[in-house]
Design a protein around this ligand. Structure first.
Ligand code: NDP
Length: 323
């Protein structure tokens, strides 16, 4: 079988880190041939061609073809998997409304192009920030695509949360299960140690609440900034890795609870239609939000903060006429 995988922002840092992994079979497994479609803005097309040359030079047996284009309709035509990575970064002096508007101008037309030409089974992952709200915009511009096919990435927050907890407790990452991050992909997100388990025992019972609230949560939330500070550049390989994890688990299934930002149908009191991170279970190419988990007063107060931020972003893009 051959699958068409569209990657936007293909010439960017995350694009460079993800394309080789997709083409080598780490996204859809060893039996799926890949047609890559790379979307870039005009000035970055030449750089995307350079990346394509390197992809050819890897002689990946699973790589069927590479198309490079600045036309969203062409890029999403027949797309089975769409990784929406390219976005407008916040620049100095830019107000939040400017950022949302600039990204609306990217994700609205991309949603329309997905609606017009993607394959019936298209699955969409938005990585470009503000990811949840960009996914909301794309979803609202694709009325013929089932809403649940639009998702945004909180898997990097989950992976960071797992790694930091493992280091704190001196255990392996494989000893930690069901550590889910809720809400927005922003420093407000909530890593849930109440439902997470370490070697089968409740994670929250193995840490101090003061550390949880005042060290761990801010450290997970501000990890991106710490990486910029240390590296002089944004995280790219770890973001690409998380995007692969998200899409692979969705397409091929996985054990345990995972974090995915998906359109709410009102679960856990999150307003319907908001694209919020929830605990999900993936199987056979689909996912379901897992209901009935414990959400106590502490967790609820944190969930309220991050979901309110999503509402504010939704209201702002609505006010700009982007929904
Ligand atoms: P990156 O490849 O580093 O980042 C791309 C997007 O991913 C940004 O919005 C970034 O957000 C976001 N992101 C989400 N999570 C993370 C994370 N944990 N760490 C880092 N980034 C994260 O950006 P580049 O500037 O290198 O590349 C962007 C490319 O996109 C450029 O080549 C540009 O030409 C292209 N582009 C393409 C468009 C299109 O195809 N139509 C439209 C716009 C841009 P944040 O900025 O908050 O770090």
């Amino acid at each position: 079988m051959t699958k068409t995988v569209t990657v936007t922002g293909a010439a960017g840092a995350i694009g460079y880190a993800i394309l080789f992994r997709i083409a080598s079979g780490q996204l859809l497994g060893p039996d799926e041939k890949i047609k890559l479609k790379l979307l870039e803005i005009e000035p970055a097309l030449k750089a995307a061609e350079g990346t394509a040359m390197e992809l050819h030079d890897c002689a990946f047996p699973l790589l069927d073809s590479i198309d490079i284009t600045a036309d969203a309709n062409e890029a999403f035509d027949g797309s089975n998997v769409a990784m929406l990575i390219g976005a407008r970064p916040r620049q100095k002096g830019m107000e939040r409304a400017d950022l949302l508007e600039a990204n609306g101008a990217i994700f609205g037309p991309q949603g329309q192009a997905i609606n017009a030409g993607a394959a019936d089974d298209v699955r969409v992952l938005v990585v470009g920030n503000p990811a949840n709200t960009n996914a909301l915009i794309a979803m609202n511009n694709a009325p013929d695509v089932p809403r649940e096919r639009f998702t945004a990435m909180t898997r990097l927050d989950e992976n960071r949360a797992v790694s930091m907890l493992a280091q704190k407790l001196g255990v392996g990452v494989e000893d930690i299960q069901d550590l889910v991050v809720w809400g927005n992909h922003s420093p407000s997100m909530f890593p849930d140690l109440f439902n997470a388990k370490v070697r089968g025992e409740r994670a929250v019972n193995q840490v101090d609440m003061d550390w949880y609230e005042n060290e761990y949560m801010p450290a997970v939330g501000k990890r991106g900034a710490a990486i910029i500070e240390a590296r002089g550049a944004s995280s790219a390989a770890s973001a690409a890795n998380a995007a692969i994890d998200h899409m692979r688990d969705w397409a091929l299934g996985a054990d345990g609870l995972r974090s995915m930002a998906v359109p709410s149908s009102g679960q856990y009191g999150v307003e319907e239609g908001l694209v919020s991170s929830f605990p999900v279970r993936t199987q056979g190419g689909s996912y379901e939000v897992v209901e009935g988990l414990e959400v106590g007063d502490f967790a609820q107060s944190k969930l309220d903060i991050t979901v309110n931020e999503l509402k504010e972003e939704r209201d702002a893009v609505k006010g700009l006429g982007l929904l």
